[in-house]
Write a protein that binds this ligand. Structure first.
Ligand SMILES: [Cu+2]
Length: 320
């Protein structure tokens, strides 16, 4: 029998797993809906007032029925819970060997940047068989990056970074949609995911111009080099990690855990750095009493993103 097409394309095994969970939820719901409706109709006909069907006294010892009536639904919903939780955690935690692509949502387009700085708009080229991590933020309103063929979707929010990841398992072209209503041309905020063979992707990445409308980043508007200038003008006095510095090292620590004054630890990621520039005294690094004032008024959100890109490039360079 040929499978009926009920869902969008499937481009990863994760999409299959989501579909299976969905089928289970739907199956359980359909089964109980039909069973309950059928019994209501059957009983209301059989035991209607005029019928002379047997109506014995209510039984007092239906223990087995009581137990089954509690245990069976409990097991069914626990399966939903653990199965759903497993898929949720799988979707949240990107593998270590992912390629990181920077995504910026903007009314009404997707701006994408590859690890070597190459940029594109609305098209996203990726190699097959390699996990792709998207680090996403918005320049204006809330958008949502949606890859239906991968069953993955994540809000893209101004003022913070969100992440999602996916593993393309087949070459081909897939839809990218914005799944959050974001203004008059929301419906035109459509992109294309192009999954290529790995050699093809490497060649594409090395090429400076593509056939489409995709200009490559000039060195001068590479966010990391813009961020370097801003960092050197504003932050180096305290944050280069030299012994005796007033502030904690920001230059070589991206992606590591940072000890805080209260004994907690926090991951130094995009959101942490962004928050440290806006609200420096919210998380005080251990050994460095609050001495910094907010840069909210001094740096634009674009400049802050450039600083983050620079810090990221620094710690990647020192990790190699
Ligand atoms: Cu949008």
């Amino acid at each position: 029998m040929k499978a009926v097409k009920t869902a969008p394309d499937v481009a990863s095994s994760y999409a299959h797993q989501v579909d299976n969970l969905y089928a289970y939820l739907l199956g359980v719901s359909i089964f109980f809906t039909i069973a309950i409706c059928a019994l209501i109709i059957y009983f209301s006909v059989r035991y209607r007032r005029q019928s002379d069907a047997d109506r014995p006294e209510a039984t007092k010892d239906g223990k087995l029925l009581e137990i089954l009536g509690s245990v069976i639904p409990f097991v069914l919903v626990m399966i939903m819970f653990f199965w759903g939780a497993k898929l949720y955690f799988d979707a949240r935690i990107p593998p270590k060997d992912s390629i990181e692509v920077l995504v910026t949502g903007k009314q009404w387009m997707w701006k994408l940047q590859h690890p070597n700085g190459k940029r594109e708009i609305n098209d996203l080229h990726v190699p097959v068989g390699v996990p792709i991590k998207l680090t996403m933020t918005s320049e204006d309103v809330i958008h949502s990056f949606y890859l239906p063929a991968f069953r993955k979707k994540m809000d893209v929010v101004p003022g913070k970074y969100t992440q999602m990841w996916f593993l393309p398992e087949k070459t081909g072209e897939y839809h990218i949609f914005c799944a959050e209503y974001c203004g008059t041309e929301h419906s035109l905020m459509i992109g294309k995911l192009i999954v290529m063979e790995q050699q093809e992707y490497a060649a594409w990445l090395a090429k400076s111009w593509t056939d489409g409308n995709t200009p490559v980043a000039a060195a001068s508007d590479d966010p990391a080099s813009a961020g370097k200038e801003i960092f050197e003008a504003n932050c180096t006095v305290c944050h280069t990690g030299k012994p005796g510095a007033i502030g904690p090292d920001m230059m070589h620590a991206f992606g590591t855990m940072r000890q805080l004054e209260g004994g907690e630890e926090i991951l130094m990621d995009e959101n942490y750095v962004l928050n440290s520039m806006n609200n420096p005294n919210e998380h005080i690094a251990k050994g460095y009493p609050a001495a910094m004032t907010s840069f909210k008024a001094n740096l634009s959100s674009t400049q802050m993103k450039q600083v983050i890109a620079y810090l990221k490039s620094q710690s990647e360079a020192s990790a190699e």
